[in-house]
Design a protein around this ligand. Sequence first.
Ligand SMILES: *[C@@H]1O[C@H](CO)[C@@H](O)[C@H](O)[C@H]1NC(C)=O
Length: 423
Amino acid sequence: MANATQYTASSPWHPFLWRFTADLNPWTVILTILLVVLVWDQVRYQIKKQNLPGPRLTFPLIGAFFDSLNPTFNGYLSKWESGPLSCVSVFHKYHLHPLRVITRCRFVVLASTNELSRKILNSPHFVEPCVVDAGRKILKPTNWVFLDGKAHVDYRKGLNGLFTRKALGIYLHQQEQVYDKAFKKWLEISKDGALPFATHFRDVNVATSLRTFCGSYITDEAIDRISENYWKITVALELVNIPIVLPYSKVWYAIQARKEVCKRFEQAAQLSRSKMGKGEEPSCMMDRWIKDMIASQKGTQEGPSIRDFSDEEIAGTFLSFLFASQDATSSAMTWMFQYLADRPDVFEKIRQEQIAVRDGDLSKPVDMDMVEKMNYTRWMVKEVLRLRPPVLMVPYKAKKAFPVTSDYIVSKGICPSSFGPKF
Ligand SMILES: *[C@@H]1O[C@H](CO)[C@@H](O)[C@H](O)[C@H]1NC(C)=O
């Protein structure tokens, strides 16, 4: 007490406040603050969770962060099966400030029915698409996939010419060559018995895509390098990552990989520019795009005129395309192969159709007329996509309070819509 009085004289604090704090042990203060924070964390979780199925309590402060570092299909499946709407809380961001670390919670609501998924996808007023946190760092914030509004529309317009019937016909030749080579290799390596096939499908998808994008401006060796590098990008695009890029972390490797892949695409674009500048015929997507730009400048283009795109923009676009072709397409192809192995009757019909469109000559090169006649094959592909949608989760972010159902309002955070058809 003597001490307290003594200090009161020099302390600007109110004597009562001083007495109060002087009696406190620093540990009591720390533990009290911690307790308040922990309770607040749970209360905040309950406020957002309302009546949704989901864990009764959330893991203190970091939520399902560790689960989301090692996501499993069964983990997602159990969420979907817990009801039309369920939730999970994941801490996702901390801002490093010189004095403190601020953490923010990300609250995720999962929709599992077709009706709810449709509603979310069709509500641009309430939600906007969002990407995983590492996406911007890995793909570069300037990548076209992050554009919005008019800039996005203009960019898209520039890409339309790459997917016309005529353009798709140009790519078939290169694609078929990749397949012929792969079929020979697969027969060879599976001579002694069955092999796991998913990674081989990824390889062939990377090769087909790269030949489609860059034609012969890229070597077989470059294809292997890009395939290896792109794998690093794929593994780093997780739902949550440590938000700062530490050297030798997954995201760091992915950024190095992106730089190398883009460099190779830019080199290919330069080769294509010089060839198209000489007026040669396009034989790949890059050619087609650059030819459209040259024609637009001269006013001689076939379709609508398009703006100029830099080598860097071209590289960034193919970087984004390659993501879907080596990830989602490989997943779809793996399921397709398995389903056809399980259903020899369907497989036989596909085979008959393929023989028929080639008029019985199996060495006949494929063209667009033949592709359009493959009705049964096309239906089979659509059925596989319906049964096993390769993109399981489409994350959206609520821009404002969004009444998803009559008794649940999504307040803030992300609201991924998931397609979970019942098998
Ligand atoms: C494919 O289906 C369409 C209708 O969807 C039909 O008009 C066409 O004749 C079919 N083609 C073949 C080769 O069976």
